[in-house]
Design a protein around this ligand. Structure first.
Ligand SMILES: NC(=O)c1ccc[n+]([C@@H]2O[C@H](COP(=O)([O-])OP(=O)(O)OC[C@H]3O[C@@H](n4cnc5c(N)ncnc54)[C@H](OP(=O)(O)O)[C@@H]3O)[C@@H](O)[C@H]2O)c1
Length: 299
């Protein structure tokens, strides 16, 4: 029940057409929950309407549309689209944070799950500071909020499929190549997010999530070797070339992305509660890479 005594009747999910949001929606539908898919492009979201979702259009920068999409929700899953090239003062994240706070404040849903990231507590500036800013702003809200902080997505291996298949060498920004990195499958992130959203809790809580075990870049190469049936190895991209490489790819401000990669490599991007305190997912790297290889074959 909300403060007016009206019955909650559904879960509103942003980013439904993406990796994690899609998994959240699938898991909630599988649990016989009513789902409102909040999409920026109604045509792109049509398949979710066919699966039984209520389809609502809202851009992440539109507080009025978001408030109306979140109204009456028992739980809201909030996903902010990735921005690899933010302004030096992170003004985009600050604007999104203010928009989300206003929308949630106006809609007053029963509870909120915000998809954050490993390292959101870190005080050193880097790409993930965007989530630090948004977590802090949502922290002013009075409703129950879970900040779900997953590790590096295993699904980022999508970028490795073509180099692994074509020439057997995957460029790696993560180093050293035998350093275990906290990674997790988006299938686990979405499943856990859906489970958490169906719980009741009070106040604000942080849940940190990684896969069954930490993954080294060399393990990624070994997984491709096994699945492709041909030798695949990692090759470190020299750090002194990162800035010019990212600029040549069209980035305007590569510094936050470089700082994030350094943070993973130096280990200061880590869970607040360390490996011992994080929740563990079930999906193995091999399952994710197999799916990605099949997806690339079809595309
Ligand atoms: N990659 C990692 O290793 C990692 C690790 C931890 C946390 N994260 C966080 O996870 C999030 C990304 O999750 P993901 O991989 O599921 O993303 P994704 O697959 O790229 O999906 C992004 C979703 O956001 C939607 N979207 C894009 N722009 C929008 C806008 N202006 N208004 C409303 N919706 C918009 C997209 O809709 P369309 O389909 O219409 O484009 C899509 O549904 C980011 O917040 C990222 O920081 C990532």
């Amino acid at each position: 029940m909300n403060v007016l005594g009206e019955k909650w009747h559904m879960f509103a999910i942003t980013g439904t057409t993406g990796n994690v949001g899609g998994e959240v929606a699938r898991n909630l539908l599988g649990a016989s929950q009513q789902v409102r898919a909040v999409v920026r492009d109604l045509q792109k979201g049509e398949s979710w309407a066919q699966r039984g979702c209520d389809l609502v259009g809202a851009n992440i920068n539109d507080a009025t549309a978001l408030a109306s999409a979140f109204k009456g929700a028992e739980g809201v899953f909030v996903l902010v689209p990735p921005n690899f090239d933010p302004s030096p003062d992170f003004r985009e994240a600050r604007a999104t944070a203010a928009t989300l706070r206003a929308a949630l404040d106006a809609a007053c849903p029963g509870r909120v799950l915000y998809l954050s990231t490993i390292g959101a507590q870190t005080t050193q500036s880097n790409l993930l500071t965007q989530h630090t800013i948004i977590e802090r702003e949502l922290g002013w809200l009075s409703m129950p909020i879970t900040f779900l902080r997953p590790g590096w997505f295993m699904d980022n291996c999508i970028w490795d499929v073509t180099p692994a298949t074509r020439n057997g060498v995957i460029p790696s920004f993560l180093k050293p190549l035998d350093k275990p990195v906290p990674m997790v499958a988006t299938a686990d992130v979405g499943r856990v997010a859906a489970e958490l959203l169906q719980e009741t809790w009070t106040g604000h809580r942080v849940v940190e999530l990684e896969g069954p075990h930490r993954v080294t870049p060399n393990e990624i190469a070994a997984t491709f070797t096994e699945l492709l049936g041909k030798p695949v190895r990692m090759e470190v991209v020299p750090e002194e070339t990162w800035e010019s490489l990212f600029l040549s790819q069209g980035m305007k401000n590569p510094t936050p992305r470089i700082q994030m990669l350094v943070g993973f490599n130096e280990g200061w991007i880590e869970f607040e509660s360390g490996e011992a305190g994080s929740r563990k997912g079930k999906v193995a790297l091999e399952t994710v890479v197999q799916t990605l290889i099949e997806r690339e074959k079809k595309s």
